[in-house]
Ligand binder design. Structure first.
Ligand code: ZN
Length: 191
C-alpha cells in the first residue's frame, strides 16, 4: 500500500490538459494501485492522475456508493484515455473534491452519459451511467481537461455549512421521504 500526495487547488498542474496514455506501463499500473489506496484513505469516490501529479489521461472511480451488495459497492473502474461519447438531460449535483478540501459546490451535469475507456488489461469498454454515477465520471473526466468543479460551480459553501444544512434538511423530512439534497442550496438562496 502506498499513499500519494494529493495536489490541491492553486497548483497549476490541476489547470492543465493531460496527455493521452500511449502504453499501459508498469508505472501506470502502479500509479493506479496507489490511487486506489489514496482515494480510499481520503474517503473519495474517484481520483484522477493529475491529482497525484501525473499529467496523463486516466482516472479511477468507485461510484456505486448506494449499491445494496458489497461487490458492486467495491467495484473500481480503471479509465484510461476515457472519452464521453454521449450526454443526455441535466441534473444539479452537490460535489466535493479531494483537491479542493473543505468545500462543496453546486454543479450542472448531464443526467446520463456514455463513456468509453481502456482498462488496465488494454481492453476497451463503453459504460452507461446515470445520476450520481454520471456525475462522478464527468467530475473525474474534467480533471483530465484541467477543469475543477469549483471552476464551473454555480454556488459554493464550506463543508461545515453544508453539513449543518444537511442536518436541517433531515429535521424537515422523515427517513421515508428524505427530501431532495439540492434543497440545501435552495435554503441558502432563500435564507
Ligand atoms: Zn476532483
Amino acid at each position: 500500500m502506498a499513499l500519494r500526495n494529493i495536489t490541491v487547488k492553486g497548483d497549476e498542474i490541476l489547470a492543465r490538459k493531460c496527455k493521452p496514455v500511449k502504453e499501459i506501463t508498469p508505472r501506470i499500473k502502479e500509479a493506479c494501485a496507489d490511487m486506489v489506496d489514496t482515494m480510499k484513505e481520503a474517503d473519495g469516490v474517484g481520483i484522477a492522475a493529475p491529482q497525484i501529479g501525473i499529467m496523463k489521461r486516466f482516472f479511477i472511480a468507485m461510484p456505486h456508493v448506494d449499491a445494496e451488495d458489497e461487490e458492486t459497492r467495491d467495484k473500481i473502474y480503471y479509465m484510461i484515455n476515457p472519452e464521453i461519447t454521449y450526454r443526455e438531460g441535466s441534473q444539479e449535483s452537490s460535489e466535493g473534491c479531494l483537491s479542493v478540501p473543505g468545500y462543496m459546490g453546486l454543479v450542472d451535469r448531464p443526467q446520463k452519459i456514455r463513456i468509453k475507456a481502456t482498462d488496465l488489461d488494454g481492453e476497451e469498454h463503453e459504460y452507461e451511467f446515470e445520476g450520481f454515477e454520471a456525475t462522478v465520471f464527468c467530475h473525474e473526466y474534467d480533471h483530465l481537461e484541467g477543469v475543477l468543479y469549483s471552476d464551473i460551480a454555480k454556488d459554493m459553501m464550506t463543508v461545515e455549512e453544508y453539513s449543518e444544512r444537511l442536518e436541517e434538511l433531515k429535521d424537515l423530512h422523515s427517513d421515508d421521504e428524505p427530501g431532495d439534497i439540492n434543497e440545501i442550496w435552495e435554503a441558502r438562496k432563500n435564507g
